[in-house]
Every structure is written in C-alpha cells, then in structure tokens.
Design a binder for this molecule. Sequence first.
Ligand code: SF4
Ligand code: SF4
Length: 329
Amino acid sequence: MNEGRCIKCSSCMRACPVLNDPQGKTFPGPRTVGIDAPRFPEALSIGNDALMCTMCHACEWACPSSITITRSMSMLRERLADAVPSLPGHQRMRENVREYGRTVTSDFTDWKESGERTLYFPGCIGLGRLPELVRSASKLLSSMGIPHDISPQAKCCGSPLLKVGAKQEASSLQQNNLETFSAYDNIVTSCPGCTYQLREVYGIESKHLVELMPGKKYRSTVEGRWALQVPCHLKRGLDPWAAEYMAAVLVQAGVDLVRLPEEDLCCGGGGGLLSGFPDTSASLARSKVRTYREAGVRGVITACPFCALNLGREGLLVLDISQVLTVVD
Ligand code: SF4
Ligand code: SF4
C-alpha cells in the first residue's frame, strides 16, 4: 500500500461528501479511516462509523499523492467485519444474498435465455427496485444491434458484500457468476458499481452501457431542460471521460442539457451507506436534489440504479439514460 506518501494536506477530507454533510459528522473521514487508523493496533476501535463512506472515490481524486485511499478503507472494513457487530441494514442485505442470491428481493420475470453471445447483467437494485430501468436498457441494447440474454442464474456481483467486509460471501458469488459468464463472450451492465466489480475484482472485460453508446445516432424522447447526475463509479471508477460520453450522446440526440459543477458529487446511495446509515444517505441525496431544483431543471438523467433510486426517493424526477433515448435508424 502507499499510505506512507500522505503529506497530511487534508484535501481528501475537504473532498469527502459524507464528512461535509451535516448528518455525516461522526464519520472520521478518509485520512483517519484509510491512512491513520490502519497503522495502529487499536485501529478497530474506530467502530462502525468507519463504514459511513459511499466509496465515491472523491478523496482519491483529490489526493495529490495518488494514494489508493478507498482500497485501504476496504481492507479496514474486512478487519472490522470480524470485530464489530453488523449494522441491521447490512445484516439484512447479507441475509437476502444468502436466501435469494441478491441484496434485495425481486419479482422480475422478463428473463431472456436465447443463447446469445452477450449477457446483460442488470444488478440487484435494477432487478429488485427499478425493473423498468432494466427493460429500457435491454430495449436500447437490442436497438443498438446488441442481442443479449438476461439470466436468472447471474446473482449479486458481490460488490455490496465487499463494502461491508464479507469477503467469503463475495467470493462464493463470484464463483457462481463466473460459471454463468463462461457461456458468453461479452458482459454488459447498466450499473457502474457492478461493472467496476466485474472489471477490477473478477478481472473480466465487462462494459457499462454508456461505454457502448458513442458512434451511434439517437433521438431524445423527453422534453424540457435536464441536468446530468454522473455516477461516481462511472467517472471515477471506470472512465474519467464517461460524463462527456453521456453529455455528447444526449446533446446530439436533442436533449436540452445543462452541465452543473455538482453533477459528479455523490448521491449518497453507494458503499453500503443507504442500507447502513439511511439518514445520512438521505441527507446527501436531499442536498443534491436542492441543487438541481435551484438550477430549475425538470429532472436529471443518470446511468446508475443507485443514483436513480436514492435521488428519486427525495422526489426528484430521475431517468436512466436508456429511458430518454431511442436509436435512429
Ligand atoms: S470514498 Fe467518498 S465518501 Fe468515502 S471517504 Fe472518500 S470521499 Fe468520503
Ligand atoms: S489528500 Fe492524500 S496526501 Fe492529503 S491528507 Fe489525504 S491521503 Fe494524505
């Protein structure tokens, strides 16, 4: 690890959306959790407040020493998982995975098992909470000329479990999924967190839908003025240019799009914050919704089920990019 390069500049602390939220004051912050605590034997006394992180990577982007702070925090989470009792929301999520193979239950039935070469992997939140997003992404993929299956055999990618330190459970999901994936040449997702997990942890070349969009022509299906909600894992995890792909595709399609400086601030939905600390998660979402309302937009366009769910809960109109475009022949 590279924590020794820390120059104590506090840029990571200033960049952290949780630490800067009124509901997040008990979070010790990225430098304490990722850099300082792991060096000392009493590190685990930091307790569950160390889990108040959305894994948004903003601290890493702000760090002048390029320290992999989130990786270090993940390692501490693994140690904490054996040392402190699970939060009720995290426990529920683990039980759901044990019982159903996914973090949330789902009554999705539109599976596609036609022996195509591409598997569309929607992720737990899409299947369980936003099935209309899964259907629209599948429809868009088909109209982009990408025939695909959606398999009930593909389970949770394991990312949420790693975020709560449950490495063994995440690893057994990975084994299951790799068996399912072996029948396919390509894996496409509509969740940046899943794509990141498949790419960085499984080591397979998966793509997020947004990464496949440039080069084709689209038409907008929405009226009015919209802003972007740029998912953390899409921009800071997968591709720093992802927001630009999204914007270019939307503007070319005729969407009246406004770019806000806050568009890539975390929605508060990731990293286990929503399940573990729902009040803090809601507070982060409210603050973003306030910004969008002040900008006078009709709603926001995103490419992440967590952003759609968490901002939508605060009353903002949030659509996935697949819900606002059709392919022009
Ligand atoms: S990943 Fe995001 S939420 Fe977590 S410590 Fe870093 S800036 Fe804060
Ligand atoms: S931004 Fe990087 S160098 Fe500065 S305090 Fe944080 S971890 Fe240390």
